[in-house]
Write a protein that binds this ligand. Structure first.
Ligand code: SF4
Length: 371
């Protein structure tokens, strides 16, 4: 693993209640979280012992990481912190924290908070099985700012069954009233095994595409930069550095149940089962379920799949590094991509159809002679 530019992801598998669409690894928070806190800390030590890793980003996700005590976070951030660390993010659910809670997280060392609002409509929140109300979401955004956070990300969701354009417009308008530094706007994904996924509850594909363009138009008209299919930043400096590093394939370490890691040459992921995770760490083992080295073909597929999802685009020189000299001129005819030097950059529609573009480009991987 390269020592520079590395991110640390910490997966906390606890929530107050499972949302109806959620397939992330999370269970109801136990009364005593000390076993998990200790396992996370131990895994961090296991993975970083005798290595001089200069972390640039730290991201506490889940689950609902703000359910763990601030003292735990303060200790972990203290152990991770390097002079190069620029962004220290925690996700939270509006039902979880009061003013003291936000203040404690800020003092623990987080400089960015991602608030899972999803919608400002109580009807939508109920449909999604969220535990909080719209008023609690409003309050938590105000409290986060009041208690010190100057870099706030707000999550919104669209594509809900029965959601009208008027309803979505209201959500966006209200999000804009808060002018958060960052907005993540996700199209609801139907995950098998979840109540909403199993019932197939979602707006039609056309409605979802309309909603995608609506949010793009309303946010960019208000100064936001649309830099990834679901991500908008108020200024360049507010682009999520941690998530951006996933898209440009910077190495990262993931700790916690189901967390993934990437070394630059290979990927691995941890077991999801919480008791298995904890006991594996306690026994001094890495709690990995699977690890693999990537072939050049794997790397090329990743570059295409990730590159068309964001405005950095696909770097043709990077593909060449893995032996593939692709001529993607045909993609220019789709109207979804433009070429700038070595880069194939998707436009708004291109990011929406990133999977299609990646598939078309990947077909050529089979045909070109290796360089
Ligand atoms: S709060 Fe987030 S992680 Fe927890 S159940 Fe809901 S969507 Fe899943």
């Amino acid at each position: 693993m390269t020592a520079e530019g590395t991110g640390l992801y910490v997966h906390v598998p606890f929530c107050l209640k499972k949302c109806s669409y959620c397939a992330f690894t999370s269970v109801k928070k136990p009364d005593d979280t000390s076993g998990m806190c200790s396992a996370l800390h131990t895994e961090f030590i296991q993975r970083t012992r005798n290595r001089n890793i200069q972390f640039r980003t730290f991201y506490a996700g889940g689950g609902t990481p703000s359910l763990l005590p601030p003292e735990f976070w303060m200790r972990l951030i203290g152990a991770v912190k390097t002079p190069s660390m620029e962004e220290v993010t925690i996700e939270t659910n509006p039902a979880v924290l009061d003013a003291v809670g936000y203040s404690a997280l800020f003092l623990a060392g987080f400089n960015r908070i991602s608030v899972g609002v999803q919608s400002f409509s109580d009807m939508n929140l109920k449909l999604l099985g969220r535990i909080h109300s719209a008023d609690e979401a409003r309050e938590s955004l105000k409290l986060a700012r009041k208690m010190g956070f100057r870099n706030i990300s707000l999550d919104l969701m669209y594509g809900l069954p029965g959601q009208t354009s008027e309803n979505q417009k209201k959500d966006i308008e209200e999000a804009l009233l808060f002018m958060p530094q960052h907005i993540s706007a996700y199209d609801l994904t139907l995950e098998p095994g979840t109540p909403m996924g199993d019932r197939g509850e979602k707006a039609s594909e056309n409605q979802c595409a309309e909603m995608y363009y609506r949010i793009h138009e309303m946010l960019t008209a208000n100064g936001y930069i649309h830099y990834e299919v679901s991500s908008y930043a108020l200024e360049d400096k507010y682009r999520s550095k941690h998530n951006s590093s996933y898209w440009d394939r910077t190495p990262y370490i993931g700790i916690g149940p189901s967390a993934h890691s990437f070394t630059g040459a290979g990927r691995s992921w941890n077991v999801s089962d919480i008791p298995e995770y904890e006991s594996s760490v306690v026994q001094g083992n890495l709690p990995e379920e699977f690890s693999e080295e990537l072939t050049d073909e794997d790397a090329a597929h990743e570059i295409l799949a990730l590159g068309f999802r964001n405005t950095n685009g696909v770097d043709l020189k990077e593909l060449e590094r893995f032996g593939f000299k692709l001529d993607l001129a045909d993609l220019l005819n789709t109207g979804f991509v433009k070429k700038k030097g070595n880069l194939m950059i998707p436009n708004t529609g291109g990011m929406l159809f990133a999977d299609y573009l990646a598939l078309k480009a990947a077909e050529l991987l089979e045909e070109v002679p290796r360089v």
